[in-house]
Write a protein that binds this ligand. Structure first.
Ligand SMILES: C[S@@+](CC[C@H](N)C(=O)[O-])C[C@H]1O[C@@H](n2cnc3c(N)ncnc32)[C@H](O)[C@@H]1O
Length: 248
């Protein structure tokens, strides 16, 4: 997969995307991520990427033309037109399900806004989708684009050591992940649950499934509404919830 990022701060994006798992994945070509300096596509007399909004008001707005030229230039380099996403506090809030579906694209392009945002006509004419990382406002779209690029890249083949790494994690199947422990077996007088030391894989799996259900019921009861549980699991969740209500 190829992810293009249009930004006024490519160094900021590179600093993050060059490190750790995503940095290695880029070196191994498991994912291609290319950051584009928007200023390189400002060809008017003053090479401006922003201007004051018509009608007045606070702040500056990103001009449509440099963004359109930058995106057209990217389209000339890719085999299919990238799915063009504007990182915006006005978009749909990002979820793991959304990440899963975006990971199917061959090419996506992320637009990082700045200042007051982007000329509306560019959004109407070019943008396929607006995505928000939460109901709050940041100074720019770089952090949201990095969040989205990281969350997609880690689902691509060859980025993590196995699909299992993300399939068992929180949100993939509508549950929070079970608690985990590492050495030593006793720390500050707290013991690791004995079943995890038993070597019995079936019992470990059962323990983990129940722990994930328990944790989801206690931390994020809202997530239970979207789960299809068998009757035994539903009973277990009901017991967890009623015990927690009693102890309140
Ligand atoms: C200060 S914000 C602009 C906010 C805009 N004036 C509004 O009220 O909707 C500047 C840029 O940061 C990015 N941004 C800010 N908050 C975001 C969020 N929650 N999710 C995604 N992008 C965000 C967007 O790219 C946006 O264009």
């Amino acid at each position: 997969m190829r992810i293009d990022i249009i930004t006024l701060f490519p160094e900021m994006c590179e600093a993050v995307l060059g490190e750790s798992i995503i940095g290695r994945a880029r070196k191994n070509n498991a994912v291609q991520i290319i950051c584009h300096q928007l200023r390189d596509f400002a060809f008017d007399k003053h090479r401006r990427v922003d201007d004051a909004p018509y009608g007045g008001g606070m702040g500056m707005l990103m001009k449509a033309e440099p963004i359109a030229l930058c995106f057209d230039n990217i389209c000339n380099q890719t085999s299919t037109r990238p799915h063009f996403i504007y990182m915006s506090p006005q978009g749909q809030t990002l979820t793991q399900q959304k990440v899963k579906s975006l990971a199917q694209y061959e090419n996506i392009c992320l637009l990082c806004g700045h200042y007051e945002g982007v000329d509306e006509r560019l959004i109407e004419e070019y943008i396929d989708e607006e995505i928000s990382i939460g109901d709050y406002v940041l100074t720019g779209g770089e952090l949201p684009a990095l969040v989205l690029a990281d969350s997609i890249a880690r689902m691509l083949p060859g980025v993590l050591s196995a699909d299992e790494c993300f399939e068992l994690e929180s949100h993939y199947n509508g549950l929070l992940e079970y608690p985990q422990y590492t050495r030593p077996a006793v720390w500050h007088d707290k013991e690791v649950p004995p079943v995890l030391l038993s070597g019995n894989h079936k019992k470990v799996d059962d323990f983990r499934r129940k722990s994930a259900l328990r944790r989801t019921a206690l931390k994020r009861p809202d997530m239970l509404n979207n789960l299809a549980l068998n009757s035994e699991e539903q009973q277990y969740v009901n017991d967890v919830l009623s015990n927690c209500n009693k102890s309140e």
